[in-house]
Ligand binder design. Structure first.
Ligand SMILES: Nc1nc(=O)c2c([nH]1)NC[C@@H]1CN(c3ccc(C(=O)N[C@@H](CCC(=O)O)C(=O)O)cc3)CN21
Ligand SMILES: CC(C)C(=O)C(=O)O
Length: 279
């Protein structure tokens, strides 16, 4: 307790008080200051997460599963993501707003630009695209037209039918080599960040060391530049099967704010993910 503070309680001080930007995320990566990302779908949670110091709010196409009860992300439309993005953008003060490009919205570069513009005009600061080397041209095309891109490789849920389920990727030597080629191609194309989903922890570390842009892991081990979770998993309210990388941060907490703060603290101090959350 600070002395001489009188009777007035100290006002709750938000951790992130300055706008999170692409340069500030790059700087965090360089300083080994872990980046905390969470999915977010509405203004009230955006405000809460922002106050708790979450640096990036992802309007994930997971919204089709956690908000709408679909069994995959494929039914999600660009207008649905734009609607939730506008809500999150109204609630966020400092956090970066990152919006997912849903299934079927970036098949051609022209489609990608037209749809990304909808998300940027709804309030996104960056869009996320699933795919490797083969989407690098799209990443470059968007970047050249003022749309920053976060790439997403490893387990890419829009490919669920080709992958045969939500399975760990990059387990074979060939798979791991392809993932590294994908990561480098996406960085060269101008990606500002890359999400690594459900890959062996060692590969998550290797890809992070290979790149100079931030890597954000979900089931990709503790050595990524940051971590992301679906908020319904963090709060223990998703009724479906839990992936290995999920941790319920409500355990032992009495408020959502405390749970989100515990997540941010655990990402920052490196205690999340633990070995039990890794592949
Ligand atoms: N609530 C929720 N959380 C998520 O993380 C999430 C969604 N929904 N919807 C979109 C995708 C789907 N995701 C998933 C879903 C399941 C697993 C899963 O159960 N994986 C197995 C891997 C099995 C293996 O190959 O060994 C696991 O045990 O974790 C992984 C990612 C991630 N995303
Ligand atoms: C699981 C995260 C990374 C995501 O892409 C989503 O929420 O859709």
């Amino acid at each position: 307790m600070a002395s001489g503070s009188g009777n007035a309680p100290a006002p709750a001080k938000p951790i992130a008080t300055k706008a999170v930007t692409i340069p500030s995320l790059l700087q965090m990566r360089g300083a080994a200051n872990k980046i905390a990302m969470l999915t977010c779908y509405d203004a009230s949670f955006a405000s809460l997460m922002d106050r708790c110091g979450v640096e990036v709010l992802l309007i994930g196409d997971s919204l089709g599963m956690v908000c709408n009860g679909h069994t995959s992300t494929l039914p999600v439309t660009i207008d649905e993501v734009a609607y939730h993005t506008a809500a999150v953008a109204r609630g966020a003060k400092s956090a970066m707003v990152l919006a997912d490009m849903p299934f079927g919205t970036y098949g051609t570069k022209e489609d990608a630009l037209r749809n990304a513009v909808k998300l940027m005009q709804a309030g996104a600061h960056m869009v996320k695209i699933e795919g490797g080397e083969w989407v690098a041209d799209t990443v470059r095309f968007l970047g050249e037209r003022a749309v920053p891109v976060c790439a997403h490789i490893g387990l890419t849920p829009q490919f669920v039918h080709q992958l045969g389920g939500y399975k760990v990727q990059g387990k074979t030597t060939e798979g791991a080599e392809q993932l590294k080629r994908d990561a480098l191609a996406l960085q060269s194309a101008g990606a500002s960040m890359v999400v690594l989903e459900a890959i062996p922890a060692g590969l998550g570390r290797e890809v992070t060391e290979l790149l100079s842009i931030p890597t954000i892991g979900i089931g990709a081990g503790p050595d990524c530049s940051g971590q992301v979770l679906v908020m319904h998993d963090l709060l223990g309210v998703f009724p479906g099967r839990k992936a290995r990388f999920v941790k319920n941060f409500m355990d032992g907490q009495t408020s959502i704010e405390a749970a989100v703060s515990a997540y941010v603290a655990a990402v920052k101090d490196g205690s999340f993910p633990g070995p039990e959350h890794c592949f």
